[in-house]
Design a protein around this ligand. Structure first.
Ligand code: XMP
Length: 510
């Protein structure tokens, strides 16, 4: 079934699905297609407009992704972002050069001329810039609509031809009025109606799963987190008892988590299997300090355990997991750079005895997954659970993972979570946890010298987990948390708070 949509053409940027997600946030369907998609496919009447994404290349290099000029004659609105903006200028005979000053981060722009794209935006507003090239001369018929100190052409447009471009990234939350800019493009320029809802997604996915699995069986790697729980609900609706949910306790879970997940899932009418593999995981991680290596070891050990369980169950056709979009993009999807390998990304190792992989949420963001969970009738306590990475505490312990360090981080994290709940901040802060730094420092307790670990606390505000800002705690709350951790957790004498945004940091420490 075709539906009215905005197509995002991917030129290799980090935020491509985020753009599609911003459009879906306007209740308009959006999908990402490769930049070299056949032009015939792009002529579809249901495509209401195109957004060209950013990308790491320079338009004037021969090997850089290009676009056929025919797209500019389809009479469909176009919005180019960053590389996409430069490509528009380049293809329509403007000039793109290396900028004398590269811009990175939050930059103020000032509006110039009337602009349909920037309608309703403040005269001066902060945007997110990340570029070394810029448009130095406009193509004929275009006007500048905003400038920054170092970027005279921060946005430009040709209203008659319905072509719009921004050097900055409206899709990133650091662009304060970015969503309004996307809305202007979607509603006012592409004339889309806000009719797309999560229930359309549930129906399409259930049909897709049934068609693929038929009367076969599926083993789902269930962590009890939001993503895999929503995947379980979706699969269970599609194939009922042909689904087996395997929950592996790798010994790297939060305090009491193993029992909590078991209790939550025993209530549903599901084939739920819990496997205690903590000893195996700890053995494999012995002596390992490099973050990517830890991630890969945990990932391959998980698959090994799932395979053993599949053998015990008899014939299992498919393996399913709750991979979501940010897991894929940061693991280096397509032409983007690898930030970290998310353990549940990378397909099936050749030796695994499954027909294929099922990842029904792989184009969605966390908040979209939560909306789906609600639609599927999952309880709020499951839907609103803190995101927890597949490699668990192994990537929240800097350096070698030991039983002692797991205990320390579990206890500190428990206190942190308890105090955040006491301060009624648990729904305000998007993600919060304690990590164990590898820093040992000197302290004093009673009359004695201590030489113990420093706990690092992280609490962030984000709606998409691709970018975030650190939460600023009230002094009383933070003091209480720090006091409780040093007093109650043996082996800790210092508590540090991580104030960095993403980018340039990431949410997890490894
Ligand atoms: P980063 O650290 O990449 O985290 O900024 C973004 C979000 O992803 C979660 N995360 C993971 N989730 N498997 C997962 O399922 C992983 O390997 C993984 N690594 C990070 C992280 O907790 C945050 O919510």
């Amino acid at each position: 079934m075709s539906q009215k949509r905005i197509v995002v053409l991917d030129f290799g940027g980090q935020y491509n699905e985020l753009i599609a997600r911003r459009v879906r946030q306007c209740h308009v369907y959006s999908e990402v297609l490769p930049f070299n998609t056949d032009i015939e496919k792009l002529k579809d009447d249901d495509i209401l407009g195109f957004i060209f994404t950013g990308g790491p290349n320079s338009v004037y290099k021969q090997e850089s992704p290009q676009i056929t000029k025919e797209i500019f004659n389809l009479k469909k609105p176009i919005l180019g972002i960053c590389y996409g903006a430069q490509l528009i200028a380049y293809e329509l005979n403007g000039t793109v050069d290396t900028a004398p000053v590269s811009e990175y981060g939050r930059i103020e722009i000032t509006k110039k001329n009337d602009s349909k794209l920037l309608e309703g935006i403040s005269k001066k507003t902060d945007v997110f810039m990340s570029h070394t090239d810029y448009v130095s001369k406009l193509p004929e018929g275009f006007i500048v609509t905003s400038s920054s100190k170092d970027c005279p052409i921060a946005s430009f447009e040709n209203e008659e031809r319905q072509i719009y471009a921004t050097q900055f990234h409206p899709e990133v939350t650091h662009t304060v009025e970015g969503q309004k800019i996307i809305e202007n493009f979607v509603y006012k320029i592409a004339k889309a109606e806000p009719t797309w809802k999560p229930e359309s997604f549930v129906k399409t996915k259930i049909d897709e799963i049934r068609e693929k699995v038929n009367d076969g069986t599926v083993l789902l790697g269930l962590s009890g987190g939001v993503d895999s729980s929503v995947t379980a609900a979706l699969l269970s609706k599609a194939i009922g008892k042909n689904l087996y949910c395997v929950f592996v306790d790798h010994g790297l879970l939060r305090k009491n988590e193993s029992d909590e997940v078991e209790q939550a899932f025993k209530k549903f009418d599901l084939n739920f299997i819990k496997v205690d593999a903590s000893k195996l995981f700890l053995d494999r991680l012995k002596g390992v300090i490099e973050p990517e290596q830890k991630r890969k070891i945990v990932g391959s050990t998980f698959l090994e355990v799932f395979e053993q369980e599949a053998k015990k169950l008899g014939k299992i056709d498919y393996f399913a997991q709750g991979t979501i979009y940010p897991d894929r993009i940061e693991s280096g999807l397509g032409v983007s750079a690898t930030i970290k390998s998310h353990h549940n990304v990378g397909g099936l190792p050749k030796k695994m005895d499954f027909k294929g992989l099922i990842e029904p949420l792989d184009n969605l963001f966390k908040d979209e997954v939560r909306a789906l969970g609600k639609e599927l009738g999952l309880p709020d306590n499951l839907i609103n659970r803190q995101p927890f990475p597949g490699p668990g505490l192994s990537i929240r312990i800097i350096g070698e993972v030991t039983e002692e360090k797991i205990r320390i981080v579990q206890e500190a994290d428990y206190i942190f979570r308890e105090e955040i709940k006491n301060a009624n901040l648990d729904t305000t802060i998007s993600q919060y946890f304690a990590a164990l730094s590898n820093l040992k420092s000197v302290g004093v307790m009673g009359d004695s010298r201590t030489y113990d670990y420093a706990i690092v606390l992280r609490a962030v505000i984000t709606d998409n987990f691709m970018t975030c800002k650190a939460y600023h705690f009230d002094e009383t709350v933070m003091t209480k948390i720090a006091d409780r951790i040093v007093n109650e957790v043996k082996g800790v004498n210092r508590v540090l708070y991580d104030f960095t945004s993403k980018p340039p940091a990431t949410i997890e420490l490894e």
